[in-house]
Design a protein around this ligand. Structure first.
Ligand SMILES: Nc1ncnc2c1ncn2[C@@H]1O[C@H](COP(=O)(O)OP(=O)(O)O[C@H]2O[C@H](CO)[C@@H](O)[C@H](O)[C@H]2O)[C@@H](O)[C@H]1O
Length: 485
């Protein structure tokens, strides 16, 4: 079975968030289940910049390809590279006008960029003579791929057996744009309809993906249920309920080779369950690097996140000062909304010995924080899967989370009686419960050393590998293929 994973971000070539990690890792594991994966992404400017850092090279293999249906004369080239350490080909759509901004989600016009990329997938596959069974698309940027397939490419022999799986990594981002883009896309006008891609007087790319894909999944079972409700449905719950018999939840895995405390070169000192004291050497080095007092008596609470409302920053802002009045240190790494960046900077000034606010994007520092912290905070309003808590568990760092979406599927409240569970959390989205959960974790760290050790052991033993998830993906690829047979 040949599968093309289509994504606007892929690690290590261009990463903004968790989407990149998933599409960068999944193909490696699909291979173990006899799937032949290829990857298609835009050649963002950052892809060239990252080449040296991650030791890959880019080779131009085709050039000057036009898009027959779009209202543009812009042509694209195809570059090729491989997922590092593998033979898995990555094809990059290169166009200087659309994909040369400094940041992945910048550029002349994000709607046109996404349309251009989605349409280019078809022409690229034809030029490359890559006949794929499944187009595995990801998030709104690729939502129009199945719409093109089932309309303008419907009678194209080359794609007559191709099916589409849409993975929704985050329903909060849908790609809602002015209806005038219908014209640019070249898609038939009848699609601008409530049963098509029209959405409250605009067009919605993700809605197109949901309606036109053969099978859909989200990145955790709980989130797959939640998004069919009004509370989490982001106005697409009705459309999702319509597709509920084709909607699955598959928990993401994490890349166990890339994220391994025993071998990770980005952290200060490697460690394992057998040498857990070395985790504390990391902690001391991080404290030093970030100018915090070097001590093991005080728990370090880490947080690495895009600074957006989704991540629970509003309830955190209500109680962060209370948290810092406990005997703790708090290390934040994140970028995003200015109001949150400023808030953390402000609080850092108030608590210079306790708070370190790092408003930057830094993959190496992220790793050091995952390894060195005692706890990892993720009080999300909603969380499709969440990778942060999984990386923490892998590094023996205890997650404190709101039990929603994938957080509810991966973190289990610690039970003193049975000594089962790998973290702490709260259900209701309310700052008082957040504070209580943090206080409970701090109490265990300080006063219940035996239990804390057991927590670390349970965290390190949690199975979050991709193998199981890759197997699930193969099952739903087959479900999609059965629809066309
Ligand atoms: N400033 C910074 N510096 C370095 N690294 C940083 C960083 N800010 C964030 N990161 C990294 O970006 C990733 C974030 O992944 P998450 O899954 O936690 O959230 P995100 O909302 O981006 O992903 C969405 O897609 C993923 C993938 O499906 C879902 O798990 C998730 O729920 C959904 O919201 C982590 O690897 C984190 O370490």
């Amino acid at each position: 079975m040949k599968v093309a994973l289509v994504s606007y971000e892929v690690y290590p070539f261009a990463k903004v968030g968790g989407l990149a990690d998933v599409v960068g890792a999944l193909p490696k594991y699909l291979k173990k289940f006899s799937v032949e994966p290829i990857v298609i992404m835009p050649k963002h400017k950052i892809v060239e910049k990252n080449a040296e850092k991650f030791s890959y090279s880019l080779r131009k293999i085709k050039e000057g390809i036009s898009l027959p249906y779009l209202k543009t004369d812009e042509k694209f080239d195809i570059y090729q590279t491989f997922i590092p350490g593998t033979q898995i080909p990555v094809y990059l759509i290169g166009n200087d006008y659309y994909f040369s901004a400094e940041q992945v989600y910048e550029g002349p016009d994000l709607a046109e960029q996404a349309i251009y990329f989605s349409a280019a997938v078809f022409e690229a596959l034809k030029v490359l003579r890559e006949k794929v069974d499944v187009l595995h698309i990801n998030d709104w940027q690729t939502g129009l791929v199945p719409v093109y397939l089932k309309t303008l490419y419907k009678d194209d022999e080359f794609f007559s057996k191709t099916v589409v799986l849409l993975t929704i990594h985050n329903l909060g981002y849908q790609g809602i744009f002015d209806s005038s883009y219908m014209n640019f896309s070249g898609l038939p006008d009848y699609l601008y309809n409530i049963d098509g891609i029209e959405f409250y007087g605009k067009i919605n790319f993700l809605k197109g993906g949901i309606l036109f894909s053969d099978v859909i999944n989200t990145v955790s079972p709980t989130y797959a249920q939640e998004i069919q409700t009004k509370e989490y449905g982001e106005k697409l719950d009705g459309v999702l309920r319509l597709r509920s018999s084709d909607l699955y939840g598959i928990l993401n895995g994490i890349d166990y080779e890339e994220y391994n405390p025993e071998t990770d070169k980005r952290i200060y000192v490697n460690y394992s369950l057998q040498e857990i004291e070395k985790k504390y050497e990391n902690k001391k080095m991080l404290q030093k690097e970030l100018n915090l007092p070097q001590t093991n008596d005080v728990p370090v609470i880490g947080m690495i996140t895009r600074l957006v409302d989704q991540k629970g920053l509003d309830i955190l802002s209500e109680v962060l000062r209370y948290i810092l009045n406990m005997d703790v240190q708090f290390v934040l790494l994140g970028t995003g909304d200015k109001k949150y960046e400023e808030m953390f900077k402000e609080i850092e000034k108030e608590f210079p010995d306790k708070m370190s606010a790092n408003i930057t994007f830094d993959i190496v520092l992220a790793q050091k924080i995952y390894a060195s912290s005692d706890m990892f905070l993720m009080p999300s309003r909603y969380e499709p899967c969440g990778l942060g808590q999984m990386y923490s568990l892998r590094y023996g760092t205890i997650p404190v989370v709101r039990y929603t979406g994938g957080l509810a599927d991966t973190v289990m409240e610690y039970d003193e009686e049975t000594m089962k569970g790998n973290g702490f959390g709260f259900k209701e989205y309310d700052s008082a419960y957040l504070l209580k959960a943090v206080a409970r974790a701090v109490d265990f760290f300080k006063n219940k050393k035996g239990h804390w050790k057991k927590l670390i052991e349970n965290a390190l033993k949690t199975d979050l590998s991709w193998e199981r998830s890759a197997n699930e993906y193969v099952k739903i690829y087959n479900k999609a293929l059965n629809k066309r047979r």
